[in-house]
Design a protein around this ligand. Structure first.
Ligand SMILES: Cc1cc2nc3c(=O)[nH]c(=O)nc-3n(C[C@H](O)[C@H](O)[C@H](O)COP(=O)(O)OP(=O)(O)OC[C@H]3O[C@@H](n4cnc5c(N)ncnc54)[C@H](O)[C@@H]3O)c2cc1C
Ligand code: SF4
Length: 532
């Protein structure tokens, strides 16, 4: 049998990297098992001319299209929003757009403020030092002074607005709405060994320049130097427990398909809002018949995506197309609750640049804007470098019937039951999306769009996976406590997006990582009596 480790982390993505780096200073023996490999930037689509085509194949955001050795299938037929992820060192941060907002203080208190969902057991003030630490570790570009937030410093200068950003800013000024340069996980100057962003605009296909802060190039090199062992190509099937009901380690398959048992004193799950409930449900035993840590019945429930509306326009003015990181400014004009709008909570507009040449062609053809035959090239020219739009990211309220369960028949390459997603849009989300489309169309018109196309909800936008093992003080209503420890299994922790009690109306990764750092510090503070 393998030597036991002090801490076994499962998953090397956004949260797994942060918790590994933070715990490294304890000098405990720490091992991370990750089913994927280290990304190889020289093989990213952005290093070749076919970068857009590969985003429809081996670099798709959907694991069901990509079907790489590290991927597991996800049955998302029962959801209008399809799951997107990346399985490998860095996790979703390898493909993410790097848009890096924090949640607002109100997001942690929605029950108190709006009478819906639940309050979090932590608040913004508790997480604030960890948001700031994470911003420094990831190297976040931004501009201090955003009136939508409590004061926060900027680590690196903001991304350039470019033609599109300047156009959006003028339109938002004309409407008198809030806007601010986005906080973005892109190095705008050389930073900690990372080269600065050169505006290639391939961020969602992996940044070969190394400007985008994915955790394979931020936290992981430092964690590995701190003697954390990262074992790749290792897919965990289940967490095992001993006679006392404590986690005793994990069973996993290595890259050659050989099964191993890795004993551990403490186990930390960091497999995201789909992968973590999948492992807990796959770890059912006589003592934990409904899955591990699931006495509340909430493992896999309350799945939240962020419903997205896409509002795209065609303009006479020449814009940036794909050149530069996708999102340059945001507006949080409609973020906080105003019941006169017919829904509670709110959303953020993320204002983007435009499309690449192939994506312009396929979008133009699919939406009937580019005909075959006469006029084909002319129509293309009118679209390429002349489209831009906004995405509205809406707060998704937790609903118990939105679930991750185990598919009865679908399995991955190792025969491990795959996750099944059942999700429907809530009424609050529908009303919020309708509002976001109406007001978003207004801003596009104010910016000069003469043709507007809407997709709501966006089908491909299942890239934020939250809520399926939520935090709370009451063991009957939550899976983990206020510092990430499972109520039922005192040496089992969760640090990924599953923890979210509510989703906020912003991208989650800065909050996921701040929480992981907060939980790591809570563990360090309690090392002497961790399981009391
Ligand atoms: C296309 C795209 C765009 C995005 N854009 C943004 C954005 O602009 N801003 C933002 O905030 N967020 C964005 N996200 C979301 C962001 O990537 C996630 O929120 C974040 O990575 C989640 O962190 P995590 O630690 O919860 O999980 P992940 O980063 O997903 O890491 C989970 C890791 O666990 C591993 N794993 C899972 N199961 C097992 C197993 N059984 N055994 C071993 N290893 C396992 C996986 O391989 C993976 O590496 C985007 C995501 C995608 C896909
Ligand atoms: S735009 Fe910047 S962050 Fe995005 S891929 Fe290019 S260099 Fe990397």
């Amino acid at each position: 049998m393998a030597d036991p480790v002090d801490v076994l982390i499962i998953g090397a993505g956004a949260s797994g990297a942060a918790v590994a780096w933070s715990l490294a200073e304890t000098r405990m023996r720490i091992l991370c098992l990750e089913q994927g490999d280290w990304p190889k930037p020289s093989q990213f689509p952005s290093s070749g001319r076919d970068w857009e085509a590969r985003q429809l194949g081996d670099f798709s955001i959907s694991p069901n299209v990509r079907r790489g050795a590290a991927d597991y299938p996800v049955n998302d037929d029962g959801s209008p929003i399809k799951v997107a992820n990346f399985n490998g060192v860095g996790g979703g941060t390898v493909l993410y757009a790097g848009h890096f907002p924090r949640m607002h203080p109100s997001d942690f208190r929605v029950r108190t403020l709006d009478g819906v969902a639940d309050d979090w057991p932590v608040d913004y003030a508790a997480l604030e030092p960890y948001y700031a630490l994470n911003d420094r570790m990831m190297g976040i570009a931004g501009l201090a002074g955003d009136p939508a937030y409590p004061p926060k410093p900027a680590v690196l200068p903001p991304l350039p607005l470019g033609r599109s950003g300047a156009m959006w800013a003028r339109a938002l000024n004309a409407l008198g709405w809030h806007w601010w340069p986005s906080d973005s996980a892109m190095a705008t100057q050389d930073y900690e060994g990372r080269a600065r962003c050169i505006n290639l605009g391939h961020c969602i296909a992996g940044c070969a320049q190394g400007a985008k802060a994915s955790t394979d190039i931020t936290y992981w090199p430092q964690a590995v130097r701190g003697r954390v062992e990262l074992r790749t190509g290792c897919r965990v099937r289940e967490i095992t427990t001993n006679d006392a009901g404590m986690a005793s380690g994990a069973v996993y398959f290595d890259a050659a398909g050989v099964e191993h048992f890795q004993p551990a004193e403490v186990v930390i799950l960091a497999c995201n809002g789909v992968g973590t409930p999948r492992i807990l449900l796959n770890s059912a035993s006589a003592r934990f018949p409904d899955g591990l840590a699931n006495s509340s019945g909430l493992v896999g429930r309350n799945l939240m995506f962020h419903p997205y509306a896409s509002i795209q326009g065609v303009f006479d003015a020449q814009l940036d197309a794909y050149r530069g990181p996708h999102i340059c400014i945001w507006s949080q004009e409609f973020y906080e609750t105003d019941r006169a709008r017919g829904f509670v909570r709110g959303y953020t507009y993320q204002f983007g640049r435009g499309r690449g040449p192939v994506s312009t062609a396929s979008w133009g053809m699919a939406t009937g804007r580019i005909p075959w035959g006469v006029g084909h090239h002319d129509a293309y020219r009118k679209l390429f470098e002349h489209t831009a739009g906004t995405l509205a990211i809406c707060e998704d309220l937790p609903e118990a019937h939105n679930t991750v369960t185990l598919d009865p028949t679908l399995k991955d390459a190792h025969g491990i039951p795959a996750p099944k997603i059942d999700y429907t849009l809530g009424d609050n989300s529908r009303r919020m999306l309708a509002h976001a489309v109406a007001r978003g169309t207004e801003v596009l018109r104010a910016a000069g769009a003469h043709d507007v196309a809407v997709e709501s909800p966006m089908a491909v936008a299942g890239w934020h996976l939250m809520g399926t093992a939520r935090m709370g003080n009451d063991p009957a209503r939550s899976v983990v406590n206020g510092w990430g420890r499972c109520h039922d299994v005192k040496n089992l922790f969760i640090v990924d997006g599953s923890l979210f009690v509510t989703s906020g109306g912003v991208n989650p990764t800065s909050t996921i990582q701040a929480l992981a750092l907060y939980i790591a510090d809570s563990i360090k503070r309690r090392l002497a009596n961790l399981f009391d």
